[in-house]
Design a protein around this ligand. Structure first.
Ligand SMILES: [Zn+2]
Length: 432
């Protein structure tokens, strides 16, 4: 049977000119992660303009330069012009580490912590990650996807246009697959970009407490092939930590993931040190947390292609005295990214501006380094540096607009949201 093809109606793609932008932070510099001193180069243009067509950036420069472009002259009649005076515009934040699939906040843990209990004491008493498992197992895919949608809306309201989302509170095949389908369902309704990660290796679930190796085997033999078959995730993540998975188990899972065609990333060094060399030999896209590092770990990550993703929201919320050694990592030449680690137990924030504030006040990053870490380097942590993370011709038109005069205010005001709008693939989610 020959199916009648619908006549293609030629529809002119909207052409948008963002004009007279008070401060345009371009992050120009191509697809690769920025390291060392290059992390301070944010490609700032005062009185800037961006020309957008077909969801992509066509031209960037000063308002005067862009006004002269031949492309603009040829398309002048179709152009929608927006006056962006009084605004700081930057590439939409890339939040490369979140755990949005959970059923409820962990308020009892929060109270216990305020009363002085540590993360590991709370976990030992049945709280922590394990407390979220029952919630996810008992919640429908529809309900979980509504939770994820709510998280995406909150992220977008604060300037995030690309977000990595992990499963990891189901911890059996059915609940992990349900979590990943919930991510896929929410992502389909959001105009931004969601990158899904399978984190079945978050902690061994209670039913495998006595035999975590058996859980690793189940994960490799049953869960991973189903994730691949359903095309449910691009990445596989492992929490390599005391009380979660050993280095040997981590490597076993990473290798199986790669064998099945998936890419990898690892939670490592949050509470105890794990020698990084063994993990880096598996070429993960990113190693995340990195609070507990030895000097040789810093050198090893600096000499690798793997991005070091720092999550200071977790340090803040857990009130650890120690933050990841951002200065040492940047000065050694590591590609440093920042993300929220949005999750119900240790980092209940989805605000990238809050993370910028923490980076500058607690980890002594410069505002420029923090912005680089939250945009282009975050994109590189998701291996999307060619499409996201900077405002450059040929890249996706994902932008965030802030009612500010100076980009440094992004990291200066904390606990306030100055994001006026975001543009995702060339369209405004909300017009200002
Ligand atoms: Zn995490």
């Amino acid at each position: 049977m020959v199916r009648a093809r619908q006549a293609a109606v030629p529809r002119p793609e909207p052409v948008v000119l963002l004009d007279r932008i008070s401060q345009l932070v371009t992050m120009a510099g191509g697809a690769d992660a920025r390291r060392g001193k290059a992390m301070r180069e944010i490609g700032l243009i005062r009185d800037g303009a961006v020309l957008i067509s077909g969801g992509q950036v066509v031209a960037v420069g000063s308002a005067r330069e862009v006004a002269k472009s031949t492309w603009l002259r040829q398309h002048r009649r179709e152009v929608i012009e927006l006056d962006c005076r009084g605004k700081v515009v930057l590439p939409g934040f890339v939040d490369s580490h979140t755990h949005p699939v959970f059923a409820a906040p962990r308020l009892i843990d929060f109270e216990k912590r305020a009363a002085g209990a540590s993360y590991e004491e709370i976990a030992a008493a049945g709280g922590g990650i394990r407390a979220s498992i029952a919630g996810v197992r008992g919640t429908s895919e529809q309900k979980l996807s509504e939770q994820v949608t709510s998280a995406l809306r909150q992220a977008q309201a604060q300037g995030t246009t690309t977000l990595e989302a992990k499963s990891g509170y189901g911890l059996d095949a059915a609940s992990e697959l349900k979590s990943l389908r919930a991510i896929r369902r929410a992502a389909a309704e959001w105009p931004g970009t969601v990158v899904a990660t399978f984190l079945g290796a978050h902690v061994p679930p209670p039913e495998f407490k006595e035999d975590p190796d058996a859980y690793v085997e189940l994960l490799c033999a049953e869960m991973l092939p189903k994730v691949v078959k359903g095309k449910l995730a691009r990445y596989v993540d492992v929490f390599c930590e005391r009380g979660a998975f050993t280095l040997q188990q981590t490597v076993r899972i990473l290798r199986e993931a790669v064998r099945l065609g998936l890419r990898t990333r690892v939670h490592v060094g949050q509470m105890t040190n794990t020698p990084l060399e063994t993990i880096l030999a598996e070429h993960p896209a990113s190693v995340d947390h990195m609070d507990e590092l030895r000097r040789e770990d810093i050198a090893a990550v600096a000499n690798s292609d793997t991005v070091a993703t720092l999550l200071p929201g977790a340090n803040y919320f857990l009130a650890t005295k120690k933050y990841p050694p951002a200065r040492k990592l940047i000065d050694a030449g590591a590609a440093v990214a920042l993300a929220t680690d949005y999750n119900p137990g240790t980092s209940p924030t989805i605000s990238m501006p809050m993370v910028l504030s923490l980076a500058c006040t607690q980890m002594k990053m410069t505002v420029e380094e923090a912005l680089t870490a939250a945009t282009i380097n975050g994109a590189c942590a998701l291996e999307l540096g060619g499409q996201k993370g900077s405002v450059e011709a040929g890249k996706d038109a994902d932008l965030a607009f802030f009612e500010l005069d100076d980009y440094r205010e992004l990291a200066y005001w904390f606990g306030a949201n100055h994001c006026a709008a975001v543009m995702m693939a060339g369209s405004f989610a909300d017009l200002f």
